[in-house]
Design a protein around this ligand. Structure first.
Ligand code: CDP
Ligand code: MG
Length: 153
């Protein structure tokens, strides 16, 4: 099992898409193991997007992600990091494939609704940035045996 970090960005919350987006991850069989709503501070934004802080477009990204409440969550599942990134689609909603979250709901390069960790290292870093160990609710849903064969996990 693998864990990945997602962030429902302010556009997702404002557009009342939280439920529909979370439903996609639940439908896929991913388990929500931690979740909270918060407002990102400029300091947290700089930590989260450390790799982009020097980019010319970073100030507008910071203004966007700190501009309203967000929902942070940790999803667990087989190959969860790759699976979630593929469900999100390309960064720019105009280029994201239909069927992906960004392809279906976003027409923007910045307001693309959901962040997902892009690798094992960033997943571990981002999970630790938003959650502490006691925030996790470890629980194996009873439906798990109908989601995949026993020898797949
Ligand atoms: O989120 P993803 O990993 O697909 O994209 P990224 O290239 O790591 O950029 C992080 C986030 O910055 C994007 O999801 C956009 O919200 C935002 N962004 C932006 O505001 N302007 C750009 N030119 C590129 C990205
Ligand atoms: Mg990225």
């Amino acid at each position: 099992m693998e864990r990945t970090f997602i962030l429902l960005k302010p556009d997702c919350v404002q557009r009342r898409l939280m439920g529909r987006i979370l439903a996609r991850f639940e439908d896929k069989g991913l388990n929500v193991v931690a979740m909270k709503m918060l407002q990102i501070t400029p300091e947290l934004a700089k930590q989260h997007y450390a790799e982009h802080v020097q980019k010319g477009w970073y100030p507008t990204l910071e203004e966007f992600v700190t501009g309203g409440p967000v929902v942070a969550a940790v999803l667990e599942g087989l190959e969860a990091i790759r699976v979630v990134r593929e469900m999100l689609g390309a960064t720019n909603g105009l280029q994201a494939a239909p069927g992906t979250i960004r392809g279906d709901f976003s027409s923007s390069r910045q307001m693309n609704l959901v962040h997902g960790s892009d690798g094992a290292e960033s997943a571990a870093r981002e999970i630790a940035l938003y959650f502490k160990p006691s925030d996790f609710c470890d629980d194996t849903p009873t439906i798990s045996k109908w989601m995949r064969a026993a020898d797949e996990a």
